[in-house]
Write a protein that binds this ligand. Structure first.
Ligand code: FUB
Length: 341
């Protein structure tokens, strides 16, 4: 455990802790919820946490997930349906281990499930699987998406119909090992280890119309401070770590992400889905547990954030998904959410 993780756990050891909202389901452990409105319902694509008995480390080996259960709700606050296993690691021909945070998209009668998993050489890549139903079962393409790497795919479809994938995560997500354009198995276990250089950042790629391939080069998601300078490696309270998402509000593009070891959800705003984005602030304080991962959707004119914490288990690798409201202020900023009452 890093000191930050210990502090984060200690904060919630007290018996007086009261949570802002309740877990959506308790029959299985779920995390990293990517929510979408499909067919008039809310579908949630979470990781399915399991206890594989692997000790906790900074590489994230204890997150040893093997399948996804897709959840749905008719409305926020309504009954949650667990549709059972919609996708299994054993059906991915190239997979080795660790099926991490997924996302989903819809186009022209097909649902697309995007998933990160380590290949047989223990390198994270991103794959895609398809289904005619939002809850699956999903069938994987035979190979990972060409040019993909690292973790946490988040697919955003703009109002003009173009889709983009945001992806990447440092430390156990291996993003820092791709800094020179190809995977360096001897690379850093954490970040670029250059405090005064621009921090490694999230990646974005436009998707082709077939939703299965990248359309052109993978680009950096540039996050600038208020003076127009890129965030630096030492700026752990603001720099990108993992768990990105994109939503569009009043014509502006909101890039939201986790700062990882400082346990914050932060946002940056831009005029294009490809950025650059200007850092604006924290919109969610640390949850219980080390990881923090979210998605943001609009349902019937109101905005919601799906996130996870460890209320049920108290263990960082056994998480439970939750939902609460997200509010934009009149000036476009996001109201700060405290996950505890
Ligand atoms: O669930 C495994 C990893 O933990 C995710 O990929 C990260 O975003 C973090 O939530």
């Amino acid at each position: 455990n890093s000191p930050a993780q210990k502090a984060n756990t200690a904060k919630t050891d007290s018996t007086t802790v009261k949570y802002l909202t309740k877990p959506l389901i308790s029959s299985i452990y779920t995390a990293d919820p990517s929510a979408h409105v499909f067919e008039g319902k809310i579908y949630i694509y979470p990781s399915h946490d399991i206890d594989a008995g692997i000790p906790e480390n900074d590489n994230g080996d204890h997150f040893a997930m093997k399948d996804y259960h897709i959840l749905s709700m008719d409305s926020i606050g309504g009954k949650v349906t667990d549709h059972g296993v919609g996708f299994d690691i054993k059906d991915i021909p190239w997979a080795g281990r660790q099926l991490w945070a997924p996302d989903a998209a819809y186009k022209d009668g097909t649902y697309y499930l995007y998933f990160p998993v380590k290949d047989k050489q223990d390198v994270f890549k991103i794959g895609v699987a398809t289904s005619k139903r939002p809850e699956g079962p999903f069938k994987a393409q035979p190979q990972p998406i060409a040019g993909s790497f690292s973790i946490d795919p988040a697919v955003f479809t703009d109002t003009d119909g173009s889709s983009y994938m945001y992806f990447g995560g440092i430390w156990g997500g291996q993003l820092q090992r791709w800094d020179k354009g190809k995977y360096d198995s001897n690379g850093s276990k954490t970040d670029l280890q250059k405090d005064d250089a621009p921090a490694i950042t999230c990646k974005v790629a436009k998707l082709k119309g077939n939703m299965l391939e990248f359309d052109g080069a993978v680009k950096d998601v540039v996050i600038l401070d208020s003076l127009g300078k890129p965030l630096l490696g030492k700026d752990h309270n603001r720099r990108f770590f993992e768990g990105s998402w994109m939503h569009k509000y009043n014509g502006k593009y909101y890039f939201t992400y986790s700062t990882g070891d400082t346990h914050l959800l932060t946002y940056a705003i831009g005029d294009s889905p490809l950025g650059p984005f200007t850092y604006k602030g924290v919109f969610m304080k640390p949850v219980q547990g080390w990881t923090t991962h979210h998605s943001i959707i609009e349902v019937k004119g109101k905005w919601y954030i799906f996130y996870h914490d460890t209320e049920i288990s108290g263990k960082t690798h056994l998480r439970n998904v939750k939902v609460t409201t997200l509010e934009h202020n009149a000036d476009g900023s996001i109201k700060l959410i405290d996950p505890f009452l």
